[in-house]
Design a protein around this ligand. Structure first.
Ligand code: URA
Length: 439
């Protein structure tokens, strides 16, 4: 394809889509390939993305876009013969450290899990940032190391290879710059293309719903979950999608080392509100993905045994050691990075906690250094927010609602934000389910 031919194709594609017509798969694959190869400039691709975001894509078009994103990139093919390998993905939320609990939990039940994780940006944290608070842990493994860890330990968590899904990489920044990040087919193709490139046998999608979710309205989260599950199945992945609550942070801790500490507590069998229940439920679904005949009761028993026997906790430590971590720090989580200063946010009235806005808490944590506003910014792994009250808890005026952990940052903004995140009402709120639906 010449430069002029590529330009004609993208313009024709924009014109058709703007007129509400469906694009044929070859045209979509051609446009993405031309963009990756530099045959069409970013401004034309930006116009294409904006048109798609306004006019939407149907399932066939979204399958073609996903295939186009994967094309020309590495395929890890982790789901080869011999053993079942599962993958899991969360659309991200505040205090979402479920990966750190559910991956070792499922692996301790005998099913291998491979997880390629990313970094946080804005109010939502990223698993890589959390794990980087563990001294020595290597998170840049190559494909051969991923395979040998799956054989030897049964789990792996590492950073995403730069070579997976080059089409997605090429448009990711453009989506950010054109306010098209919220387009459901663009999100679905972006996420599933990377899952197809990893190529596990099965996939569990944890799609958040609520004010802290990627898409704030429930109907959009439902549509995203259903579309991603359909896409994954179209590429031969056994997939379940779960809609889970993100109307308040998960657990108490928001911030990198704080979250690792809380995940370790959940793995030791402590009941961490939200986190423990969700991790068990997702682990059950993952086991059933690997072994479809497994009943709910049998799966729950295996999960409970892996937690109660200490096997899941031990497996996490063994895995971390195999990836270079100083395991002493995980056995004594007091040795993880710890902020030297605390600021307490207290209730200004008595009542019941009716809301703890996750985006506001995530932003407060970011303002003391736990997150980043621009890619590549340095983090304070010890910093963050620890909730002392969650939705539904009774509170008296003067009781602590949350603690800000900080090192050098001025905590004033974080304190004000955290105070504003809480709504205290005269009546207890109606309970919200943690799991809204399973698709
Ligand atoms: N994660 C991705 O990989 N892509 C998106 O578009 C959103 C979240």
């Amino acid at each position: 394809m010449t430069w002029a031919g590529a330009s004609a194709r993208v313009l024709d594609s924009i014109t058709r889509k703007r007129a509400g017509q469906a694009l044929d798969p070859g045209q979509i694959e051609g446009v993405v390939a031309d963009h990756v190869a530099g045959r069409i400039p970013d401004y034309q691709m930006a116009a294409w993305l904006a048109t798609v975001a306004c006019r939407d894509l149907d399932l066939e078009e979204t399958v073609a876009l996903t295939r186009a994103f994967v094309a020309g990139g590495k395929r890890l093919g982790l789901g080869g013969p011999g053993r079942t390998v599962l993958d899991k993905h969360s659309t991200g939320g505040v205090g979402d450290k479920v990966t750190l609990v559910v991956v070792p939990l499922v692996a301790a039940c005998g099913v291998a899990v491979a997880k390629m994780s990313g970094r946080g940006l804005g109010h939502a944290g990223g698993t890589l940032d959390k794990l980087e608070s563990v001294d020595g842990l290597r998170l840049d493994l190559g494909a051969a190391e991923v395979r040998s860890l799956l054989d030897e330990v049964g789990m792996v968590i590492t950073g995403q290879s730069e070579e997976l899904a080059p089409g997605d990489r090429a448009v990711y920044g453009l989506r950010d710059a054109t306010a098209t990040v919220g387009s459901i087919p663009l999100i679905a193709a972006s996420i599933i293309s990377k899952k197809v490139a990893v190529g596990a046998h099965g996939l569990l999608l944890d799609v958040k719903t609520g004010t802290g979710a990627l898409l704030p309205d429930h109907a959009s989260s439902v549509r995203l979950a259903a579309l991603m599950a359909e896409l994954a199945r179209a590429f031969g992945l056994r997939c379940r999608a779960v809609l889970t609550d993100m109307s308040q942070p998960l657990g108490h801790a928001v911030g990198n080392a704080l979250e690792v500490r809380e995940a370790l507590a959940a793995l030791r069998g402590e009941q961490v509100p939200g986190l423990s229940e969700l991790s068990r439920a997702l682990a059950r679904l993952m086991l059933q993905n690997a072994e479809p005949e497994l009943t709910d009761d049998a799966a729950d028993r295996r999960v409970a045994h892996a937690l109660d026997s200490g096997a899941a906790h031990e497996l996490f430590l063994r895995w971390a050691g195999a990836q270079g971590a100083d395991v002493r720090v995980l056995r004594e989580p007091g040795l993880l990075p710890t902020a030297p200063r605390r600021a307490v946010v207290s209730a200004d009235r008595s009542g019941w906690v009716a809301a703890v806005e996750p985006v506001v808490i995530g932003t407060a944590a970011l303002r003391v250094g736990a997150g980043r506003l621009v890619r590549g910014a340095a983090l304070d792994h010890a910093a963050g927010v620890v909730l002392r009250r969650r939705v539904g808890d009774p509170v008296r005026a003067g009781d602590p609602l949350a603690e800000i952990h900080y090192t050098d940052a001025d905590p004033a903004v974080a304190v004000a934000l955290t105070g504003s995140a809480f709504t205290i009402a005269a009546e207890p709120p109606a309970p919200r389910p943690l799991i809204h639906d399973v698709l």
